[in-house]
Design a binder for this molecule. Structure first.
Ligand code: AOS
Ligand code: ZN
Ligand code: ZN
Ligand code: ZN
Length: 431
């Protein structure tokens, strides 16, 4: 029997700070009321927010230099589900889990689905992996996968993606995320156009195998592991490919996959405008694909992205539902703590953006009042919405303070006992 935190324990922990939370909540309600905003509407919005967990994120990550294993790390997908369930129990904002194959392969997907559902979790988009060789694989991806020169290698990579779709279908997923490391390290190594032609041919074969209610997410990335020319390096290439493939293909924006200082919120606006924004891998970065905790470096950028999503929701209506997922690497923190705080940071940006006085913003834009337009955004960004997020959690049975509750529970110490380390339990260091 594995140890899980009891709901009673969460309730007891909450009881200690409930009076304080109520006072903070009431004070914020007053502030918002003066702005003509009803706090309960925002709390309901917070309660409806969800961002999916990356199964690979509950283990300690690593860099290409080293991986320093954490304590009591999950050793298989079932243990990962326990950790994901705990994160969702405390945050009530992460009911989806995004699996990665073959890392999360199981001989009994039905049992996995049943256990996840029992915990109140469902499976979000599944991720294929052709950026490393799986154990026992016939052909190597050393020189590429979906774009490889060798048609047999391409066929193997296509077959793996179709396998992922089938497995995901059994698990109740509705999407396939495709990120490939394909590209060139030397000028001349690839015919740049030829590589993309082969990519499209491979992707067409995968697209054909998608169930009718599935989406395919194309994840671009500027560089790494290819350092001269990555085949799907930017949103333009991603957009062109998604357009070529058809309506079930959309673009996925991993925040770390751009050159430093790229205006990511503008990419979000463009993809939304042309109906191709599929979803996100949230994380934060300073230099490259750093995969640091969401909101830890540049929370304003996250807020501005959610401002575009807010605008997109108004313009596109009900059908605008980009997929939200975290994609982070935790090297110096307890992954559960990082994922909980990150989910809350993304939820915070969502609520801060919901607070924007859209009418005022529109007015300032029409009048070319740049200063007041910027101030309007800042007013929302500066508002501490923590009591809204905490109240939404508490009302749903989550923790007022997820990290404090988690620490007090001794969950990790239990896992230290239950999960003695095994060799090769985690995925690659690339995230
Ligand atoms: C790689 O840089 C991408 O972010 C992918 O999403 C990758 O599949 C994932 O991070 C797991 O390594
Ligand atoms: Zn990613
Ligand atoms: Zn990343
Ligand atoms: Zn990445």
């Amino acid at each position: 029997m594995t140890h899980l935190i009891s709901d009673d324990f969460v309730g007891q922990q909450n009881a200690r700070s409930l009076a304080q939370l109520q006072a903070d909540y009431d004070a914020l309600a007053g502030v918002l009321q003066r702005r003509g905003r009803d706090i309960e509407t925002l709390t309901a919005q917070a309660a409806g927010f969800a961002v999916a967990l990356p199964s690979w994120g509950v283990g300690t990550g690593g860099t290409r230099f080293a991986r320093f294993p954490g304590i009591g790390e999950p050793r298989n997908v079932f243990e990962k589900i326990d950790d994901c369930a705990t994160i969702n129990q405390l945050t009530r904002a992460t009911p989806g889990v995004s699996l990665h194959f073959p890392w999360d392969r199981t001989t009994d997907p039905r049992a996995l689905k049943e256990i996840a559902n029992k915990h109140g979790l469902y499976f979000d988009s599944v991720n294929s992996n052709t950026f490393q060789n799986a154990a026992g694989q016939a052909l190597s991806y050393k020189y590429g996968s979906l774009t490889a020169q060798d048609p047999a290698v391409r066929a193997q990579a296509v077959a793996h993606n179709i396998d992922c779709v089938e497995l995901g279908n059994t698990l109740g997923s509705k999407g396939l995320t495709v990120w490939i490391g394909d590209g060139a390290n030397f000028p001349g190594q690839h015919n740049l156009r030829g590589a993309l032609e082969r990519y499209l041919e491979s992707m067409r074969a995968i697209y054909t195998a998608l169930p009718s209610d599935w989406l395919m997410y194309i994840e671009h990335k500027l560089f790494e592991p290819a350092f001269y020319a990555t085949t799907i390096a930017d949103w333009g290439t991603s957009f062109a490919c998604a357009t070529e493939l058809g309506p079930k293909a959309k673009c996925l924006v991993d925040l770390g996959h751009h050159a430093p200082n790229t205006n990511i919120e503008m990419i979000v606006a463009r993809l939304t405008q042309f109906g191709k924004l599929g979803g996100f891998h949230f994380n934060d970065s300073k230099y490259g694909d750093d995969d640091l905790d969401s909101g830890s470096i540049n929370p304003f950028q996250l807020f501005l992205i959610f401002n575009e999503l807010r605008d997109g929701a108004v313009r596109e209506g009900e059908n605008f539902k980009p997929a939200y997922m975290l994609d982070q690497s935790h090297n110096v923190t307890d992954p559960i703590e990082s994922l909980m705080s990150s989910a809350v940071e993304v939820q915070r940006a969502y609520i801060q953006a919901a607070l924007i006085d859209a009418e005022a913003l529109n007015h300032h834009q029409k009048n070319n009042d740049a200063l007041m337009a910027a101030q309007t955004l800042k007013q929302a960004f500066r508002t501490d919405v923590s009591p809204i997020l905490a109240m939404a959690r508490v009302r749903a049975g989550g923790a007022a303070d997820p990290v404090a509750c988690y620490r007090a529970s001794g969950y990790r110490d239990h896992k230290r006992e239950e999960r003695p380390p095994v060799a090769g339990a985690s995925g690659s260091g690339i995230v």
